[in-house]
Ligand binder design. Sequence first.
Ligand code: AMP
Length: 538
Amino acid sequence: MLSTMQEAAPLISQLIEHAALNHADTEIVSRTVEGGLHRYHYRDACRRSKQLANALRHLQVKTGDRVATLAWNGYRHYELYFAVSGMGAIVHTLNPRLFPEQLTWIINHAHDSVLFFDSTFAPLVEKLAPSLPSVKLYVAMTDKAHLPPVKLPNLLCYEDLLEAERDDYVWPRFPDTTPSSLCYTSGTTGDPKGVLYTHRSTIYHCYAAIAPEALNISVTSTVLPVVPMFHVNAWAVPYLASAAGAKLVFPGAALDGASVYDLTEREGVTISLGVPTIWLGLLAHMEKHGLKFSTLKETVVGGAACPASIIEKFLTNYGVETVHAWGMTETSPIGTISRLKAKHASLSKAEQLAIRAKQGRPVFGIELKIIDDAGNPLPRDGKAFGDLMVRGPWVVERYYGEEKSALVDGWFHTGDVATIDPDGYMQITDRSKDVIKSGGEWISSIELENIAVSHPAVAEAAVIGVAHPKWDERPLLLVVLKKDATATKQEILSTYEGKIAKWMLPDDVVFVAELPHTATGKLQKRTLRESWARHYLR
Ligand code: AMP
């Protein structure tokens, strides 16, 4: 039977059209790499995206072509998101923190044909260019006055390109299953893998992620995505803000505590998003200078486990609610969000904190389950932990360039180990490869790390499983102390008293100057395990 409804399938271009029509004078503010703040409005962003789409058309960019970016969060990067996807091509955001060899591998694997870059990355691009046969054009994302002095074949200037074009581009219509953007996972094991999003997956994700129950971005929000646009599309914030008509504030390359605080206050930011290390930097800056927030209401923390101490500090000292979220490149990325239910209002602060510290409940559209080694589903009792499986309309089915499905019985195997409680809250105990297996029992490295960082002298902590003659593996705690802070092993270990079973206590504490991180800011535990492999065998 025929339905009576329109077959409307929104495309990414409609997001910016919507913003330009209905929120024409809402601001987009960017800290630029050239220096200073740039301000304009959704109407200008849409007009310039159309000029850019016209330019790409004249440069022979076709449907399905991969257009790469090496850029910070800023208005030109925003325009690329809409111009490239809007015309039917694929915007491929590259993570500049990867090693040059990894970047070369990824660009060649994706077969990118054009590379847009911020001037900051000019020396990097110059170094990569000789090994990038597929890249036919390079575009410096700046104006003529700031063109970096680089030697690149076919180098173009972004502002010159736009200046030469009209803004009368008509966004093409095509099936919403058309690919729109490409992100590679950071590849801590093996080669990086590409996730190719579609207009449909992006729009579905946008509807779910924007809701009050999820990221809560609305027309009254001023949003600061500290999470980079090269890390799962800044958690989709450019799309969500455009759909909501929210004011957007892009931090550029300045992600330190002082700069993030300055921008938050200056622009009246109400919600900001980023990985835990960003907030640790911000909190340290605020404590040192005795600062307060005047407009910030929420910070969304994800990408790595958010220690309860961050959540507590934001709430108690600054009145800011921390919303813990979990996701992956493979889930676009929003999977779960930790917001309290109405029935939790009467709980004590400590009980509420324990819920907020969980990774949260799935947003509608995402389904989760945990399974044991034999693939059997485990109970949702908040205690049993197993491999976390996910499925939904914005979850990967196969990796870019691979024919084989990445699914097991229709579910994506996340590689995370988690519990799910009867209220639907999921809590990650570990990456499966990071779980510490002591005498047949599993110990959560994340739990031990979170407790360690609640000690006032600890800046960062990593707990790894290290080979042990009697117990197979025992936890080893590696600690970076805050600048000028001191603490003894015993003082650090006393933090665990009453919080965990005695047998879970790390057998040793080692103070280190720094810990290694991946290009997306996660602890590089494999490197640590290799370096400390013989610690308990000596
Ligand atoms: P990526 O694809 O780089 O975003 O990495 C995804 C992985 O980051 C997940 O599979 C988790 O292991 C980790 N992750 C993301 N969010 C969280 C979180 N809130 N708590 C713990 N781990 C997280």
